[in-house]
Design a protein around this ligand. Structure first.
Ligand code: 4NP
Length: 144
């Protein structure tokens, strides 16, 4: 799960997917394309919305996406189009590029990017949660 800062959207996506994948042999992780927040815990607003849904993400630690992630993961979900292009830039083969997907393409969504909630209010986080919950439900449904 990859966004820009790895403190708002992708930590939530990681927490939600992990919570749905409990009995499955899946390795779920998240990262940011930017380096601004490396080493930080998620934004308090993401922690709170996750907690409201019974998911604990407070101990996640932000890291930056690297080209090694292409070796370690089969699928890489980008939260938005800019993340998608930034990840593709780090790919070294068509095989790697094919691993990268826009997470909202998993569901019937009228938008293709999960809006960045960082500069908005709490409702932005609610919306992000709902979108990611739907997308993760579909990811698990297809995996099973
Ligand atoms: P994220 O949100 O990409 O969902 O983690 C952001 C967090 C921080 C910034 C931008 C987006 N920032 O500019 O610091």
């Amino acid at each position: 799960m990859v966004c820009l800062g790895n403190i708002c959207r992708s930590p939530l996506a990681e927490g939600i997917l992990k919570s749905k994948a409990k009995n499955l042999n899946l390795t779920v992780d998240s990262a940011g394309t930017a380096n601004y927040h490396i080493g930080k815990n998620p934004d308090i607003r993401s922690i709170e919305i996750a907690k409201k849904h019974g998911i604990d993400i407070k101990n996640q630690i932000a890291r930056q996406f690297t080209k090694h992630d292409f070796k370690n993961f089969d699928v890489i979900y980008a939260m938005d189009k800019q993340n998608y292009y930034d990840i593709i830039q780090k790919a070294s083969s068509d095989f790697d590029k094919k691993k990268v997907k826009l997470i909202l393409n998993e569901i019937n969504s009228n938008i293709d990017s999960v809006p960045d909630p960082y500069y908005g209010g709490e409702n932005g986080f609610n919306k992000v949660y709902e979108m990611l919950d739907k997308a993760c439900e579909k990811i698990i449904f297809d995996f099973e």
